[in-house]
Design a protein around this ligand. Structure first.
Ligand SMILES: [Zn+2]
Length: 409
C-alpha cells in the first residue's frame, strides 16, 4: 500500500496545520493511500493526548530537565522514521512555525523522499517564516511547491497512476515535471519594483472599500509583507476566545492589542522590507503609536485612503463573503446561496459583526468620528493620498502601484 507522511507540528494535531476541514486526509483515505507517522494519533492511542503531553514536555524543557525530556521524547523518532519510509510527503509549513533544529533534522531525513509542499495561497508559509528549513524543503530535488491544498489534491488525482506505483514512480514524475520547467518551484513577485524597498504603506477607507484585497495584491504580486488587522486578530482569537467573542459582537479590538500586533509585525522587518497595513491604526491612539514606532525605526509612512460612497459600502458589506482558509473576500451574489470558496473549497462565512443593519450603522458612524479624525491627522502630516474606490479592483490597484513607484520616501 502506498504511504504518505502528512507532516505537521510534531506535538500538535498535524491536521491543524492544514485546512479547517483537512480535506487532504479525506482524499488520501478515499484514494486508499495510508497516512503514516501521525504523531497526534500516536499520542491519542497512548492515552496521553497533546493537551497533556505538550505542556508536560514544555515544563521539562523549561525547567532544564533535559535528561528526563529526552527519555520521554519519542515522537520525533517516530516522526523521522515514518517520514523516511513514506512513499511521499505532504507538508504545509505553518507561517508562524519557527522551523528550527527539529525541522531541519526532519528535512535531512526526508532527503530523497518526494515532497508536495503547500506554501499557502499568499505564500505566507515562506513569507512569514525565516527558517532555512523552509528554503531547503522548497528547493529539494524531489519537491514540488503548491499554493493550496486544493492544488495538491488535484495533482495527486491527476497523477494517481504514478502515485499508486510508489516512491520511485513519484520521484520520476517530479523530475520529469521539473526538467520540463526548471522554474516551477519559483514564486516570483512579477510586479516587484526597486522603489518599493523599505516602504511602509497604510491602506485606509470605509468597510468594503477593498483594503484587504489591495493589501493581498501588494503581497502576492509586489512582494510586500501584509498586515491585516482582521487576519491577525482572528489568529490571536484562536488563543484567546474571549477576544473573538467580543469582536464578533462588533466591538473594536483593544488599542493595546492592535499596537502590540503592529509593533510585533514591523519590528522584525529588515530595513529594506516593504510592508502594507490594512485596517490598522484606526483610532487616534493607534495612529500616534504607529508614527512613534516608525520614527524609531527610521521608516516613513505613506497613507493611501480608498474613498467609496456610502451606498456602495452597504451593498458590499451585504454581499461580502470571506474565506478563513485563504483569507480572501468575495463580492458576488452567487456565494450567498453556495458559500464555497472558489480558490480552496473552504466554507465562506459572513462576518458576524456585519450581520445586522444596526451593526453596520455602528461601524459607519464610528468611521465618521474616529477614522476620519485619524485620516485628517495623517493629512496634516502630509502623509495621505486619496484615490477613488468606486471602481474595479484592478483599476484601484494600478493607481496604488503607480503611487508607490513614484513616491520615493
Ligand atoms: Zn479559500
Amino acid at each position: 500500500m502506498v504511504t504518505c507522511y502528512r507532516s505537521g507540528p510534531i506535538e500538535r494535531d498535524p491536521a491543524a496545520a492544514f485546512h479547517g476541514k483537512n480535506q487532504v486526509d479525506d482524499v488520501l483515505r478515499e484514494l486508499d493511500i495510508k497516512i503514516i507517522g501521525d504523531t497526534f494519533e500516536i499520542l491519542k492511542s497512548r492515552g496521553q493526548p497533546q493537551a497533556i503531553y505538550g505542556p508536560k514536555m514544555k515544563k521539562l524543557r523549561d525547567q532544564g530537565k533535559f535528561y528526563d525530556y529526552s527519555k520521554e521524547e519519542s515522537l520525533l523518532v517516530q516522526s523521522l522514521k515514518s517520514a523516511r519510509e513514506a512513499d511521499f510527503v505532504i507538508s504545509r509549513p505553518a507561517p508562524e512555525a519557527s522551523g528550527g533544529t527539529t525541522s531541519e533534522t526532519v528535512m535531512t531525513c526526508m532527503r530523497g523522499v518526494p515532497k508536495l509542499v503547500i506554501i499557502g495561497p499568499h505564500g505566507e508559509g515562506i513569507l512569514d517564516n525565516d527558517s532555512t528549513f523552509m528554503i531547503r524543503m522548497l528547493t529539494d530535488y524531489y519537491s514540488l511547491v503548491f499554493n493550496s491544498e486544493k492544488n495538491v489534491i488535484a495533482f495527486i488525482r491527476k497523477h494517481i497512476k504514478a502515485f499508486r506505483k510508489g516512491r520511485d514512480s513519484i520521484r520520476q514524475l517530479i523530475i520529469h515535471i521539473k526538467t520540463a520547467n526548471p522554474y516551477i518551484n519559483d514564486r516570483s513577485k512579477p510586479l516587484w519594483d526597486d522603489n518599493f524597498e523599505g516602504k511602509t504603506i497604510l491602506l485606509q477607507g470605509k468597510p468594503g472599500c477593498g483594503k484587504d484585497t489591495q493589501g493581498r495584491f501588494l503581497q502576492d504580486l509586489c512582494g510586500f509583507k501584509f498586515f491585516g488587522s482582521g487576519y491577525e486578530l482572528r489568529r490571536l482569537s484562536s488563543k484567546f476566545p474571549i477576544l473573538g467573542k467580543s469582536l464578533d459582537k462588533g466591538n473594536l479590538a483593544p488599542e493595546v492589542i492592535i499596537n502590540y500586533l503592529m509593533t510585533a509585525s514591523i519590528i522584525k522587518l529588515e530595513k529594506f522590507e516593504p510592508i502594507v497595513f490594512s485596517g490598522a491604526a484606526k483610532k487616534p491612539g493607534e495612529a500616534a503609536a504607529l508614527i512613534d514606532l516608525l520614527s524609531l525605526l527610521n521608516r516613513e509612512l505613506q497613507v493611501v485612503v480608498i474613498d467609496i460612497d456610502d451606498d456602495l459600502v452597504l451593498q458590499r458589506i451585504i454581499t461580502r463573503r470571506s474565506c478563513d482558509a485563504c483569507e480572501t473576500s468575495f463580492l458576488d451574489e452567487k456565494f450567498t446561496d453556495n458559500p464555497i470558496c472558489p480558490q480552496c473549497d473552504g466554507l465562506l462565512y459572513f462576518r458576524p459583526e456585519n450581520a445586522s443593519e444596526q451593526a453596520i450603522n455602528k461601524i459607519l458612524s464610528w468611521y465618521k468620528t474616529d477614522v476620519e479624525k485619524v485620516i485628517r491627522y495623517f493629512e496634516n502630516l502630509g502623509l495621505a493620498i486619496h484615490i477613488d474606490g468606486n471602481r474595479g479592483k484592478e483599476e484601484i490597484f494600478d493607481d496604488i502601484v503607480g503611487i508607490l513607484k513614484k513616491e520615493n520616501n
